[in-house]
Design a protein around this ligand. Structure first.
Ligand code: C2E
Ligand code: SIN
Ligand code: SIN
Ligand code: FE
Length: 403
């Protein structure tokens, strides 16, 4: 969660007061839990002048404590999980709500060296305090290790850490609530999308997941920020929501659609647009554009409006490449699955016709990762969206469980 700063000059009382004020101001404006925990850990590392600060939060559902890896090369986004009923220091403090101060961690049998090994860190002194909310409920623990001057943690350190924990507790509770609401929203979107698609998809989940990963990778390759790309990723499963309005005899027809039937099929874009019209949340606004315009074509021959070029919203130009590629790669009642390479060549051949050339160029870049999605391999680690689908509450991609 923090970098290890070797040379950290001692702070004066004034500087500490300033830090305290800054600490309060910074943490109260951060709603994202990951970012918040990161800020808190950095500030505490500075203020107490320690080698490491780790924040563990309770996961009541799973009866575990979890934390992001503080350091340790390449593992920074990994989650550490400890059983809450275990005999490790953090769990004991979380259970009893009482501080534990170790002057030599490795001599204490309750200390678990496993975490040091994952972090590539050597703990000497270790101060672990409970993180309590206003009602005295334990939310987790704050743990600091190795004071820079090599001395043991004293009562003053305990006092400062407890004070910081008190300041941090309400921000952490708010950020957790905010995250829960966000996860609930994503889950609702995802369930809606499954409802719309399950009739004509053999594997709806894989289909939605692949489309959302491809859209995300495209957005990043086009230079969008991670935030923008995540909106696109989260909205993309809803692009065909309008299909809820289509009758089975059209949606599930085994053969080719007649021209009249295809006209009806086209209306799923209009229905999708209506369903999502006037949405308030950003993600549903993106989903609105996607559902209405995902069958428009760059050269103006698409539907429902026949928009051309940049008249088509960018979000829709992105999802259409992801949607067609995925549709080609899987089997439908009316067609067999194409080979991945053939689907790729089809996308390239439609550059400037069905698709925006810029997006096809981006697709070329990401294709090595995309191909792996269709050969049952996961793409390169750095390319995986951290929250592809809301199937889990944790936000970290990797987990290490220690007992
Ligand atoms: P879908 O099956 O998910 O396909 C989405 C889009 O992928 C299609 O949009 C088309 O652009 C592309 N695509 C899919 N399969 C093929 C293919 O074999 N060759 C080519 N060149 N492109 C393909 P489109 O055409 O606007 O169709 C929208 C939706 O209408 C399709 O979604 C599917 O649900 C339905 N549909 C289209 N044609 C037929 C058909 O002949 N029979 C049936 N039963 N449904 C069809
Ligand atoms: C523990 O035993 O509480 C874990 C110590 C650590 O974080 O290294
Ligand atoms: C689907 O993904 O099943 C299809 C239809 C569409 O792209 O309109
Ligand atoms: Fe569609």
């Amino acid at each position: 969660m923090t970098e290890f700063k070797k040379e950290n000059p001692k702070l004066t009382a004034d500087e500490k007061l300033n830090l305290l004020v800054e600490f309060g101001a910074r943490i109260s404006s951060e709603l994202r839990l990951d970012k918040l925990l990161d800020i808190i850990a950095r500030q505490i590392t500075r203020m107490l002048d320690v080698g490491r600060c780790t924040i563990y939060l309770k996961d009541v559902e799973r009866n575990e404590l979890w934390s992001k890896i503080a350091q340790g090369r390449g593992l920074e986004h990994t989650e550490i999980r400890l059983p809450l009923d275990g005999n490790n220091i953090a769990a004991i403090v979380a259970r009893n709500g009482e501080t534990i101060n170790l002057t030599n961690a490795y001599e204490d049998e309750r200390f678990s060296m496993a975490i040091d090994m994952v972090n590539d860190f050597r703990t000497h002194t270790l101060l672990t305090i409970p993180l309590k909310n206003n009602n005295g409920k334990v939310l987790g623990v704050f743990q600091v290790a190795n004071k820079a001057d090599g001395t043991a943690f004293d009562k003053k350190d305990e006092g400062i850490l407890l004070l910081l924990a008190t300041l941090a507790a309400s921000s952490i509770e708010i950020a957790k609530l905010y995250q829960d609401v966000h996860v609930a929203q994503l889950e609702t979107i995802y369930r809606l999308a499954v409802t719309a698609e399950y009739r004509d998809q053999q594997d709806t989940r894989a289909h939605l997941k692949n489309i959302s990963i491809i859209s995300y990778l495209l957005a990043l390759a086009l230079g969008m920020t991670k935030k923008e790309a995540e909106l696109i990723k989260n909205a993309s499963p809803l692009h065909d929501i309008g299909k809820v309005a289509l009758a089975d005899n059209i949606l599930l027809k085994p053969g080719r659609l007649s021209p009249e039937e295809f006209e009806i099929m086209k209306s799923h874009t209009i229905y999708g647009g209506r369903i999502l019209e006037g949405a308030h949340s950003k993600v549903l606004q993106v989903a609105h554009k996607m559902s209405l315009y995902h069958h428009e074509k760059w050269n103006g021959t698409g539907y429902p409006k026949g928009l051309k070029g940049e008249e088509i919203p960018l979000e829709a130009r992105i999802i259409t490449v992801a949607d067609v590629f995925d549709a080609l790669c899987v089997s439908r009642v009316y067609k067999k699955a194409w080979k991945t390479e053939d689907a790729y060549l089809h996308i390239l051949s439609e550059s400037g016709k069905a698709f925006d050339p810029r997006i096809v160029a981006a697709f070329k870049k990401i294709f090595p990762s995309v191909r792996k999605l269709y050969t049952n391999q996961t793409p390169a680690e750095e390319n995986i969206p951290t929250q592809t689908l809301p199937t889990q509450t944790g936000t970290a991609q990797n987990k290490i469980s220690l007992s």
